[in-house]
Design a protein around this ligand. Structure first.
Ligand SMILES: Nc1ncnc2c1ncn2[C@@H]1O[C@H](COP(=O)(O)OP(=O)(O)O)[C@@H](O)[C@H]1O
Ligand SMILES: [Mg+2]
Length: 202
């Protein structure tokens, strides 16, 4: 499906859930409608209230299938599916049905080892540096790590999503009525680069 995006990868804690919501929030700020689909049985559904996008529960295969079928009838909408770590079979299915596949990873050797494997498995997918340092020294160190360990994959990396502690506000059951400007900026930047890859003509 050409407006379906999935955020997957074998490692936990890389930022899949946060990136799903940040991307949908960013799309909303750019005037695009989207749904954020949860597939993790260990998370609670989130309220729609006050959000610029619609969170939906896709935790059972039947629900997920219904949501995807419904999306096909809604050509203006984007769907972002939040995957779960250590579910390679599910990831493979999401990979096959999505137009754009994002593999978040942090600047740790452990995350990088996993994302390299995932990039080899999912050959159309993009690596997305996540929770990226904002401090200049740490940023330089993270860049060096990428040079050392990800040089062959550089062309398949998107621009980083920076660490912003207020990103967790989007994961509250109900989000606060006002969100910090910095969060909007990071989310918009992410949405821009996703749109450029998914629908370059718009
Ligand atoms: N861009 C970010 N800035 C700051 N903290 C983040 C960011 N992305 C994720 N986190 C934090 O990292 C932890 C793991 O993120 P989460 O999105 O739940 O990862 P996953 O879904 O891959 O397990 C959470 O505590 C979350 O708040
Ligand atoms: Mg998650």
């Amino acid at each position: 499906m050409n407006r379906l995006i999935c955020v997957i990868g074998n490692k936990g804690g890389t930022g899949k859930t946060s990136i799903t919501h940040m991307l949908c929030h960013g799309l909303g700020l750019l005037g695009k409608r989207s749904i954020a689909v949860m597939t993790d049985n260990f998370r609670e559904p989130l309220s729609r209230e006050g959000r610029l996008y619609t969170p939906l529960d896709g935790r059972s295969p039947e629900k997920l299938e219904k949501i995807v079928a419904k999306l096909e009838t809604m050509p203006d909408w984007y769907g972002v599916i939040d995957g779960v770590a250590n579910h390679p079979e599910m990831d493979q299915r999401l990979y096959e049905m999505s137009a754009l596949v994002l593999l978040p990873f942090r600047d740790s050797h452990e995350d990088i080892r996993t994302v390299r494997n995932d990039l080899d498995t999912y050959t159309r997918a993009f690596g997305l540096p996540s929770q990226w340092p904002t401090n200049p020294w740490q940023q330089m160190a993270a860049e060096r790590t990428l040079d050392e360990l990800m040089q062959d994959y550089r062309a398949r990396l998107l621009d980083p999503v920076y660490a912003v502690s207020c990103s967790k506000l989007l994961l509250h059951t109900r989000i606060p009525p006002e969100l910090p400007t910095v969060l909007g900026n990071v989310c918009r930047g992410l949405a821009w680069q996703v749109l450029a890859r998914i629908s370059p003509d718009e």
